[in-house]
Design a protein around this ligand. Structure first.
Ligand code: ADP
Length: 271
């Protein structure tokens, strides 16, 4: 487990006696460790593609005269790596904005149909590239309370993953429903599924159940961390159920009315 952190201080009192003060800094230690790990992860995740780009650029220069076909291959890999690096940087910025100590920008009623329409539109091209059927099923006319851009980002990330981690010619279904002052937006796929040992960790920053596959799909490991922050910033949450080889369902549960949590400073203190 986590080591206990206690700061102890001896104070000389005017009376000539000594007082011992002890402060519990366990939480502060935890936050400091999370921050250290995060910075180490960021450095690693940034240095790897930058290093690869340097090597590829050298190889490209070398091959230009000698082996034009190889030069084209190197140029293509440079394009791929730099796209991924650009994505990583913008997702890091997005995450750090969400984690900043700012309240949700101007929470307001958001039309759920607008969210799903935008998400289905964005998913069209990647879905058809894998002949995946992207379907909507559910209740129309629902409203949630929050920020439209953030909510579109969250649901779009779930749909993007559903497509990325599914084989060709399967179905991805976006469902909306209402339950007791909450709206649920679920994204179900018939994809590879998630092992029980990974399922609690996939919302952590940079955690990827299968690094090789995630890299091939262009994944950064930040998508679900972003979704989780958006959910909690809205006073909601995101959950997942999954069966390996059968598929996964991610459910975003959001308050349909203003809540304290949606207006308060986000609970996260991580970096
Ligand atoms: P990535 O950029 O790697 O997709 P995410 O934070 O979005 O990062 O997801 C973290 C990990 O969770 C992924 O690497 C993958 O292993 C797993 N995952 C996410 N969504 C799905 C899904 N729909 N089906 C199977 N695995 C998934």
């Amino acid at each position: 487990g986590e080591p206990l952190g206690v700061n102890v201080r001896a104070v000389a009192l005017d009376s000539g006696r000594v007082a011992i003060e002890a402060a519990d800094v366990t939480e502060a230690h935890r936050v400091a460790r999370v921050r250290r790990d995060f910075v180490a992860n960021v450095s690693h995740e940034l240095k790897t593609p930058v290093g690869a780009l340097q090597l590829l650029a050298e190889a490209l220069l070398d091959a230009t005269d000698k082996d034009p076909a190889a030069a084209i291959r190197f140029a293509e890999r440079i394009k791929h790596e730099s796209t991924r690096l650009g994505r990583l940087v913008s997702e890091l910025l997005e995450l750090s904005r969400l984690q900043g100590a700012e309240p949700l920008p101007e929470p307001e009623p958001v039309d759920v149909d607008k969210i799903t329409a935008e998400v289905l539109d964005r998913g069209k091209t990647p879905a058809s590239a894998k002949e995946i059927e992207l379907r909507f099923q559910g209740v129309r006319g629902l409203t949630v309370y929050g920020n439209e851009n953030q909510l579109v980002t969250a649901v779009a990330n779930l749909v993007e993953n559903a497509i990325a981690y599914s084989p060709e010619r399967t179905t991805v279904t976006v469902t909306t429903s209402e339950d007791n002052g909450y709206v649920e937006i679920a994204v179900a796929d018939q994809g590879i599924g998630i092992e029980p040992r990974d399922i609690d960790r996939i919302f952590e920053r940079f955690y990827r159940a299968d690094r090789a596959r995630s890299r091939a799909t262009g994944g950064t490991g930040l998508g679900l961390a972003i979704v989780k922050h958006i959910a909690t910033n809205h006073g909601g949450r995101v959950t997942v159920t999954s069966t390996v080889g059968v598929g996964s369902t991610f459910t975003l549960r959001l308050p349909s009315r203003p809540t304290d949590a949606a207006l308060a400073i986000p609970p996260s203190v991580e970096i």
